[in-house]
Design a protein around this ligand. Structure first.
Ligand code: CTP
Length: 421
């Protein structure tokens, strides 16, 4: 595996070498584990590293952070620590076993050897390690035939109670199956179906399910994942009334195209949280009340809730944009919405008129501002000041409709509007 490690960025390689030297001087063993080993074997890019320490991971990470002069943070409840070295993130965890008392809740953990730590993991392809120890630096440690499954394209659990211990692995299995175009191994598939029929997924804390949903919707081509979840699991774990049909998947396609259009056409506008559009596509047919419950129960962030709820609330109103309406009305209608919502509307309605209005808004209106301010009205002695807000708003709409460009034109228009009041 030495050659594969050489494919890591120089920063990551430096961190691994420093970790290795530190472990050697402390007389403890450390290993690269989990997804990074899998991704190195698949020659995929690696964004962050997971290191398991046979010993106190927090202490180890602290010493390493001091040596590298990097940021350090610890998570006491998990016995883990993270260091951030020039934007490169490395997580450290003490090798551990996990005991599950109830399904779906986080387990009780106790220190263990690497072999036990690997055995507690979800799938064989995620249960390989690479030694970072002086004596066999770079050696692949594959105790559970992960490499064979990786080559055979199989998602296989490590022990029969895996889905029972952690039902989020049902969604993880689908995620890796779809991401790598692998197959869920026969026995694993049987146990996954059994876990589903016994309702294990409903027992998982909604916050953990939310995290899995977000990760899935952030994958490339989320529709593929959603289709597979619909087929194997259904979406009743989010809300009993969610029904996805052909139109949902057509909408996913349109969303994908609309996102591409936005990225290409509006390079200077903010990057979209594209996964929110997928979430909206799944939830759009729920009532506003059901939506609120989902966002509350699953503990989504306020912005996430606001974006999806505003799409729901705006989807019918926005239909007016199909007509040829005044430019200032285009502004008034679209300004309250996030870029995500606007691109959702663009995807949802295929009408030329509506799309032209959205394009015009994004191109010419969204960042438009008046050149004059309240103090400019004060300087020419307009009274009463209480009218300034209203007058400036109206002036702004005139600016849009009449194409006023200069400060002088705006001031003239403001004076005219003032007189009318
Ligand atoms: N893991 C597990 N069971 C879970 C979650 C994680 O066994 N429910 C283990 C797996 O060994 C996994 C590792 O923890 O490889 C890291 O978890 P995570 O970062 O969620 O997954 P990755 O495999 O790194 O996947 P991704 O590429 O999506 O980050």
């Amino acid at each position: 595996m030495i050659n594969r490690l050489k494919k890591l960025s120089p920063q990551f390689r430096k961190i691994l070498k420093s970790s290795s030297s530190l472990a050697n001087s402390l007389g403890i063993n450390i290993y690269l584990v989990g997804g990074v080993v899998r991704d190195l074997l698949l020659r995929k890019s690696v964004l962050d590293l997971d290191i398991v320490v046979e010993g106190d991971a927090i202490l180890f990470a602290k010493k390493l952070a001091d040596a590298l002069k990097s940021d350090f943070s610890r998570h006491h409840s998990f016995g883990t620590a993270t260091i951030n070295f020039n934007g490169h993130k490395i997580d450290f965890a003490t090798a551990r076993t996990e005991k599950y008392s109830h399904r779906g809740v986080l387990p009780k953990v106790s220190p263990a050897t690497l072999a036990k730590d690997l055995l507690r993991r979800d799938f064989t392809i995620n249960a390989m390690a690479i030694s970072l120890n002086k004596k066999d630096y770079g050696k692949l440690i594959d105790l559970y035939n992960g490499l064979e499954d990786l080559r055979g394209g199989l998602i296989r659990i490590l022990h029969p109670l895996s889905f029972h211990d952690d039902p989020t692995r049902i969604l993880r299995a689908i995620r890796f199956e779809q991401r790598f175009s692998f197959k869920i191994e026969t026995n694993t598939f049987k146990l996954l179906k059994e876990a589903l029929s016994q309702g294990y997924l409903e027992l998982v804390g909604p916050h953990r399910l939310r995290d899995e949903i977000i990760i899935i919707l952030k994958e490339n081509n989320p529709a593929k994942y959603v289709k597979r979840i619909k087929k194997l699991v259904g979406f009743s774990f989010i809300d009993k009334t969610i029904k996805l049909d052909k139109t949902t998947f057509q909408l996913f396609k349109k969303i994908e195209q609309a996102i591409l259009y936005y990225k290409k056409r509006f390079k200077k506008h903010p990057k979209l949280d594209t996964w929110l559009l997928s979430l909206a596509a799944i939830l759009i047919k729920l009532s506003s009340q059901q939506l609120k419950r989902v966002f509350h129960d699953f503990g989504f962030r306020k912005r996430e809730r606001d974006v999806v709820c505003s799409i729901k609330e705006g989807i019918n109103k926005i239909k007016k944009l199909e007509k040829d309406i005044k430019a200032s009305n285009v502004y008034i209608m679209l300004k309250p919405y996030s870029f995500e919502s606007i691109i959702f509307f663009y995807a949802y309605y295929q009408s030329k008129g509506l799309r032209k209005n959205i394009e015009y808004f994004l191109q010419s209106l969204v960042n438009l501002q008046l050149k004059i301010k309240g103090r400019d009205l004060k300087a020419i002695n307009l009274k009463p000041e209480t009218l300034y807000g209203k007058v400036l708003r109206k002036t702004f709409h005139s600016k849009i409709d009449k194409g006023l460009v200069s400060k002088a034109q705006e001031l003239e228009e403001a004076k005219r509007i003032f007189k009318r009041h």
